[in-house]
Design a protein around this ligand. Structure first.
Ligand code: HEM
Length: 488
């Protein structure tokens, strides 16, 4: 609504002009406030409902818009339309985050960084919800709630609990690879711009002829890798807990657009049968000698959100959001995630979260789902709400079915059948320089110092199995003799 000067008039949510936004209606100038001040009541009530629940993990984050441009022909592996032509551009939304902290926590915590992307393709949205690490702490979704509980607050003290963290790690040796990355220099990226991103899981690509391959994604930062030391990170956490949030926003504001080059590793389907470890195990990386990086394209972030809540807090990323040409793998973690995210969104932002502008695909949504809380589009209008129908309603697209996955065996609670949790963390340790090894050990020692002795000893054994020197350095830092297990 505008007045004669074309200024906007203040209105209620029902559109009525507001006469007074400074003074409540009272009974006499000093009297009590009247119920009939409906503008006041509505204003207070809406304010009480301003928060949606924060994400149960990855609550603190920031993001931006941009585009993805294809730079290399990958059509022999995938029919995904947004990857169909060199030079093709697709709008993208990115959200970066820390994992364990609450919405107000510091950006410079030692924690993996989320690297969540939404590609708005002509075949619907494609989400790639990854991290800045190529592996994860666990490899079966059934352990995820327990793992996250150890990263959050103790039930009694409501403080972070190093005993829980290291108890879980030491009883879950599959975590060793990710633990080694987390306590290395890469455990605290300087900013979100200065880190790589990974899909982490194995996915499947399928081409126009129905031929499939396994694929892993690597987004390499064009800004270069830069990290914070533990001391720098602690200082910044006190002085500017929103350091990475501000950095991303300001870089984009001044036209310094961050960019990443996307590479993939491609594995022929049959290799998965006999590769040296299970290629679907998300605690492992595939050797780049066996499966070299192949360039695909470039992501550039060049537009800040105009409204953080609308475009970032309400953004709903999900590994289940795929497009034809891209499918899932049998990775046990990925399979669990296919349920978890959409369920989280329905709880956090409601049944019709996919209709929110930031989550809507660019193409039309045509289906027979109707109604539900906060259905704020035309809800299908007068068109039919069932299928099949003889009224020319939307029809299936047979080409869009998921690629077939041959399976065999019996249904049971099955672990991955290969359990080498030590070779890859050991290899990573041996790749580090002397200074890097010493910082890694010092970071671990700092974190493990408050932990109970039996847990320390159990975890040191894992480090030792990865590389004897690795274990000895940590033991020495904790003042423990590796031979006797006694305090030195
Ligand atoms: C966020 C579950 C493993 C990356 C979330 C959320 C849930 C969740 C419930 C909050 C979603 C929301 O409210 O918007 C799980 C489960 C996992 C798992 C059950 C294992 C079974 C992983 C792994 C990665 C990952 C392995 C990376 C490779 C992320 C990211 C976000 C997130 C980046 C934040 C997305 C955003 O920016 O909105 N996860 N997660 N998660 N998860 Fe996971």
């Amino acid at each position: 609504m505008t007045d004669s000067n074309h200024k906007k008039s203040l209105t209620t949510n029902t559109g009525a002009p507001v006469g007074d936004n400074q003074n409540s209606i009272t009974a006499g100038s000093r009297g009590p406030v009247l119920m009939q001040d409906v503008h006041l009541v509505e204003k207070l009530a809406h304010f009480n409902r301003e928060r949606v629940p924060e994400r149960v993990v990855h609550a603190k984050g920031g993001g931006a818009h941009g585009y993805f441009e294809v730079t290399n022909d990958v059509t022999k592996w995938t029919k995904a339309k947004f990857l169909s032509k060199v030079g093709k551009r697709t709008p993208v939304l990115a959200r970066f985050s820390t994992v364990a902290g609450e919405k107000g926590s510091a950006d410079t915590e030692r924690d993996p960084r989320g690297f969540a992307l939404k590609f708005y393709t002509e075949d619907g949205n494609y989400d790639l919800v990854g991290n800045n690490t190529p592996v994860f702490f666990i490899r079966d979704a059934i352990k995820f709630p327990d793992f996250i509980h150890t990263q959050k607050r103790h039930p009694a003290t409501n403080c972070k609990d190093p005993n829980a963290v290291w108890d879980f790690f030491s009883l879950s040796p599959e975590s060793l690879h990710q633990v080694t990355i987390l306590f290395s220099d890469r455990g605290i990226p300087r900013t979100w711009r200065h880190m790589h991103g990974y899909g982490s899981h194995t996915f499947k690509w399928t081409n126009e002829d129905g031929e499939s391959v396994w694929v892993k994604y690597h987004f390499k930062t064009e800004q270069g890798i830069e990290n914070l030391t533990a001391e720098e990170a602690k200082k910044i956490a006190g002085e500017d807990p929103d350091y990475a949030t501000r950095d991303l926003y300001q870089s984009i504001e001044k036209g310094d657009y961050p960019a990443w080059t996307l590479y993939v590793q491609i594995m022929p389907l049959e290799d998965a049968e006999h590769y040296k470890f299970d290629p679907f195990d998300v605690t492992k990386v595939w050797s780049q000698k066996d499966y070299p990086l192949i360039e695909v394209g470039r992501m550039v972030l060049n537009k800040n959100p105009e409204n953080y809540f609308a475009e970032i807090e309400q953004a709903a990323f999900s590994p289940a959001t795929i497009v034809p040409g891209i499918d899932f793998s049998p990775d046990k973690m990925l399979q669990g995630r296919l349920f978890a995210y959409n369920d989280a969104h329905r709880y956090r932002i409601g049944t019709n979260y996919q209709l929110l502008p930031v989550n809507r695909p660019l193409n039309d949504i045509n289906n027979y789902q109707r109604d539900g809380a906060m259905r704020f589009d035309s809800n299908g209008g007068a068109s039919g709400n069932y299928e099949p129908n003889s009224f020319n309603g939307p029809k299936e697209v047979p080409d869009a079915v998921q690629a077939p996955l041959p399976v065999s065996g019996v249904a049971e609670s099955a672990a991955y059948d290969r359990n080498d949790h030590y070779t890859q963390p050991g290899d990573l340790y041996r790749l580090l320089s002397e200074e890097e090894r010493s910082r890694l050990a010092a970071n671990i020692v700092d974190a493990m110092r408050p932990v109970k002795k039996d847990i320390q000893l159990r975890q040191i054994e894992h480090f030792r199995k990865a590389d004897p020197e690795y274990g000895e350095r940590v033991a020495e830092g904790l003042g423990i003799s590796v031979n006797t297990g006694k305090q030195t």
